[in-house]
Design a protein around this ligand. Structure first.
Ligand code: 4AZ
Length: 236
């Protein structure tokens, strides 16, 4: 997270750290006691579930909370990273159910018809780096506040560098300076919809971090509610 603040997991109890071996790899969001939502590009390299664990309920990715193994990974069937980043979404099933507490809570998905104001505050959180040159994740959870950027402007800005589709949205600030960054991928972007916090985006990609011209690009969660519901049912 660039241009944000340290926080406590109690304020983002849906946030998890997805780890490869003992290293933080990506973020994720709790949907149910046994289901985590993350980005497909986070689980593509080593899609064998036995290589992964998650940590929930801790402000520090390396210690505390609940440390749980993964049973199954289902990347979106139409994710093809070599071509582009479209459909960058994956479901993870845990071996043991999470026990909910103040530090461990599910987040409800934004619904298909949900619309947000351009001025809506979007909260993105994670252990990712505070600058593009930082190689290690942060020890403690951080967050920042961004706004959705104009879709056609974002498509134009990324022209030649990447394809922003209608299943993605861009978020940042007019001046730049606030963004998700390396290590935040797969993590949650939440916002208040009709007075309730909803999962609106998944950290997916971007050119560098916190550049006003190149805002963060997020998977538009509301495009995938059917796939998520159906896949969760099939996973049980
Ligand atoms: C990454 O490499 C990454 N600024 C995550 C988010 C963004 C860029 C890169 C968005 O995981």
């Amino acid at each position: 997270i660039v241009g944000g603040w340290e926080t406590n997991i109690i304020h983002f109890p849906h946030q998890i750290s997805l780890q490869l071996g003992t290293r933080h790899a990506c973020g994720g969001a709790i949907l149910s006691p046994t289901h985590i939502l993350t980005a497909a590009h986070c689980v593509l390299e080593y899609s064998k579930p036995q290589y992964y664990v998650i940590r929930a309920g801790s402000s520090e990715w390396a210690t505390g909370g609940s440390y749980i193994r993964i049973q199954r990974i289902v990347p979106h069937p139409k994710f093809h990273q070599p071509t582009h980043m479209n459909n960058d979404i994956a479901l993870i099933q845990l071996q043991q159910p999470l026990v909910y507490s103040g530090n461990i809570q599910p987040i409800v998905l934004a619904a298909k018809q949900d619309r947000i104001q351009p001025s809506a505050q979007l909260f993105v959180s994670g252990w990712g780096s505070q600058s593009i040159s930082q190689m290690q994740p942060e020890k403690r959870l951080r967050y920042t506040v961004v706004q959705q950027r104009d879709q056609s402007q974002c498509i134009r800005n990324y022209f030649g560098a990447g394809t922003v589709t209608s299943s993605m949205f861009c978020a940042g600030t007019p001046q730049g300076g606030r963004d998700s960054c390396q290590g935040d991928s797969g993590g949650p972007l939440i916002t208040s919809i009709n007075g309730r916090m909803r999962l609106y985006g998944i950290v997916s990609w971007g050119l560098g971090c916190a550049n006003a011209m190149f805002p963060g690009v997020y998977t538009r969660v509301s495009e995938y509610t059917d796939w998520i519901a159906q896949t969760m049912t099939e996973m049980v």
